[in-house]
Design a protein around this ligand. Sequence first.
Ligand code: 6PG
Length: 231
Amino acid sequence: MRDKLHWRCFADAGAVAGEALARIDSLSRQAIEARGCFRIVLAGGTTPERVYRQLRALDTDWSRWHVLFGDERCLPADHPDRNSVMAARSWLDLVPLPAGQVVPIPAELGPQRAAEVYEPLVREALPFDLVLLGIGEDGHTASLFPGHEHPDDRLVVPVFEAPKPPPQRVSLNYPALCATRALCLLATGAGKRDALRRWRAGEDLPVARLDCPVDVLLDEAACEGVVSGAD
Ligand code: 6PG
């Protein structure tokens, strides 16, 4: 599993965002050229917002893009803390991407019902071309948290009692997150250092259960004492 991780350190969060943007640009061009569409799964949280803002200016055929979400918080559909609202305000509402091709997780229905609704939508979208993820300070990714077990045969799972508020969420499960041609995990800031160090040490963290190649893009603050340069 460790040989599937590719770690890259960049000067700062802006450089991490620049690298992520370059990879999204390249992967989308390849996918559209080869298969006529680009299927991307978005990360939530705050780290990817800088990337989403820069995507506004991407020179691409937005009619070929299909956007899904790696996880969502069980809040009203227009709540400012929703991952879908963050992506819409920073990027998706500002480009001519056909509305029907942005597929938010209906987390306002509650964890169980939303997971049931989103599961078939994920299944028909597989394999993805790119999955974007973040990592929490406890080693969670998407809304897959330490101590939470999920059945391997579910692509989308309900999450209760999440340690990161809100407590109720919906998340793509490990097999769905890995059913992709590329997976990029972005981590910036010293606060992620401990989780990254534990991940590299082989601890059974949620992020370590991603059984597929992961490109880990870090800024210097997250890299310090964890990774030297790249490996
Ligand atoms: C969420 C995210 C979550 C996030 C990490 C990192 O809904 O909160 O899906 O997994 O990616 O917690 O969050 P930051 O980018 O804000 O550090």
